[in-house]
Structure formats: C-alpha cells, structure tokens
Design a protein around this ligand. Structure first.
Ligand SMILES: [Zn+2]
Length: 353
C-alpha cells in the first residue's frame, strides 16, 4: 500500500512538474488581422470550404475595441491599446491621451532580453506596426516613426516603407544608420529568405506592398523567416504579425478582396500554429484592432462556398472583435476582454519586469 502510494506520488509529481512547465510560455506570437471582425472570418471560412486554420485554437473570446475619446476606434488607438495596455485618443501612436509615451509590450520584451520582431503587409512605418515601436502624436508621421525604429534594438522587421528610411526631409539616411547598427538590409523577399540569424531590416517595397494575390506569400514567408531568426534567442521572443490589408478591403466594401486577404492571414496563422504545436513553449494570440465595413452576411451557401453580404459603412465599426489563442497561457485569452487587457496578460505570462 505504501509502495503503491509512493509510485502514485511520483507519477503525480512528474505530471504536475510537466504541467507547471507547460503553463508559462517562452515566446509570444501576436497576430493582428486589421479590420478583421467575425463576419470577415466567417466569410473566409465559407469561401474556404467551411474551414480555417484559426479553428485549431480552442480558446476563443472577444475584445472590446472602443478608444479613449470615441466609440469607434482607428488603428492608431486600437493598436496602442493592444501594444501598451492604455486606451488613447483616436489617431495617436504609443502615447496616453495626455501625450505621454507609454512602453509597448515589444519594447518591454526587448528590455527583458527577449528577441523582438514585426512583420506586416503594409509599410513598416504605417499605423499598426508603429503602435508597437513608436511614440507619436499622429499616425501620419511616417518619417518620425521610421526614426523611432532606430531608437530600439528590434531584431527583425519586415514590411514596406523603404522610402521613409531613405528619402527623408531631414536628410538622414536611416538605411546606413541601420547598417551601422549591424542590421542586414534586404530589399526583396528573395534576400529576406536568405537571412537566418542576426538582425534583419526587410524593407521590401518603397511604400505599401501590393494587395493579394499580387503580393504572393510575403506574409507567411516573412513570418517564418522572422520566427527562424528570433527563435535562436535562448530567452525567447515576442513577434507581432499583421495582416494589414483586410482593413483596406473593408474600406472598399470589397468582399472578394476581404476573403483573399483574410485567407492570406489565415495561411500564416496555420504556419505559426504548426511551429507552436511542435515548439510547445509558444503562445499564439490572434485578434483584430477593430472591425471594418460593418460587414454582415445576409445569406450564403456552404456547399457553393458563397456568402451574400451587406456593408453598413465605408469606415470602421464599434463591434467587439474575436480573439483566438493557442499554446501555454491560451486559457487567459477567453471571454469578453478589453483591448487593453492583452499587454498585462502577456507581461505576466512572460514574467517581464
Ligand atoms: Zn481602417
């Protein structure tokens, strides 16, 4: 009896040990579908044969997106809430409503010795990526945002926006300054894909990268390149990935384009989940900064993979957006959340100071 109890104790200790080891993630990959509400997700799901990669996430919730001074947010205030845990005013980047710079989860990760990265399908200086690394009064300050990248030690960033680093009003050549800081510079995806360690600045388009399908596998290829580099850091990494152009298709009320952009994002989600599944120490969080278009699906046909749509606005809407999570700590990201809750939860899980 005593012997059996001993074995039981041993087994349960091993089980508990492995459980507690699994609770805390080492890496966080935060994927944002800009303007991706539930209708965008479901339209893409129907078009894809009633399935998406994102369905592999069993922890699901909602995020309330309102900002400090408006019910309907923009990506500046929306991204700032996700990145800093502070609700700010419409159009602001990484600052509180009273214009005080607030540390982002990326900056905090870096300060704690984690490797950091940003991968987007817009200019790297555009709104959502800016909210994770820059601090400016207004979202349109692209050259100032480019200069803010130089103030950090971010390891990998890939997107468009080369001209904001190269052809500047202040005469600075930030490409040279990046080289001086030991960055490898890549101006197209072939060059990006060759890099597998060190620091990487991938400025692969002059301004905004093209829409799908012209863009090809930019998002998934750039994301996997970033993961491969960042994962070499023993202390772990924080990576933000944005499907930037779901929002733009929403502004155009173009459902075919919304579906293409959302499927491109979901393909990347699938590759990230494959990595996380094998790695077992990576928390994957997928959400949006707001919904765009006020999209509703008024009819459809699952077998024909078709949806009938109605848009209520050319702008954003105020409805909460879905949250999907996978991996250690995923259970923290369920139910109704405020968009300012993400930062604190990630900070706690990664034990950042
Ligand atoms: Zn928008």
């Amino acid at each position: 009896m005593i012997k059996r109890f001993g074995i039981l104790l041993l087994v349960s200790t091993i089980l508990l040990g492995s459980m507690s080891a699994a609770i805390r993630p080492k890496n966080v990959i935060f994927l944002i579908g800009d303007g991706m509400g539930m209708a965008q997700v479901y339209a893409a799901m129907v078009a894809n044969g009633n399935k998406l990669e994102v369905e592999r996430c069993k922890h699901v919730g909602y995020s309330k997106t309102y900002c400090a001074n408006r019910f309907v947010t923009d990506s500046g205030a929306g991204g700032t809430a996700l990145a800093t845990g502070v609700k700010t005013n419409y159009g602001m980047i990484g600052m509180s409503p009273d214009s005080v710079a607030v540390e982002t989860i990326l900056e905090q990760s870096e300060r704690n010795g984690l490797a950091t990265g940003i991968v987007v399908t817009c200019a790297i200086t555009y709104v959502t990526p800016a909210t994770f690394i820059a601090h400016q009064h207004h979202r349109s300050m692209y050259e100032e945002v480019a200069a803010d990248f130089l103030k950090t030690d971010i390891d990998v960033f890939i997107g468009g926006g080369r001209k904001y680093f190269e052809t500047r009003k202040d005469g600075r050549n930030l490409i040279q300054e990046l080289k001086d800081k030991q960055y490898q510079i890549a101006f197209d995806m072939d060059e990006v894909k060759k890099i597998n360690s060190g620091k990487l600045a991938g400025l692969i388009h002059e301004d905004q990268p093209p829409a799908m399908p012209e863009r090809g596998d930019l998002l998934s290829d750039a994301t996997m390149t970033a993961i491969n580099i960042l994962n070499k850091n023993e202390k772990g990494f924080f990576l933000m990935v944005e499907g930037s152009q779901i929002d733009w298709a929403g502004h155009s009320n173009d459902v075919e384009q919304i579906i293409m952009e959302t499927l491109d994002f979901d393909k990347t989600v699938g590759k990230v989940l494959d990595f996380a599944e094998k790695d077992k120490t990576t928390l994957v969080i997928i959400t949006a900064d707001h919904e765009t278009g006020g999209l509703t699906l008024t009819d459809g046909n699952i077998n024909q993979r078709k949806v009938k749509t109605h848009f209520s606005t050319k702008s954003h809407s105020g409805i909460p957006v879905p949250v999907f999570a996978f991996g250690p700590g995923a259970e923290e990201f369920t139910g109704f959340m405020e968009n300012i809750d993400f930062k604190g939860k990630i900070e706690k899980l990664l034990k950042l100071k």
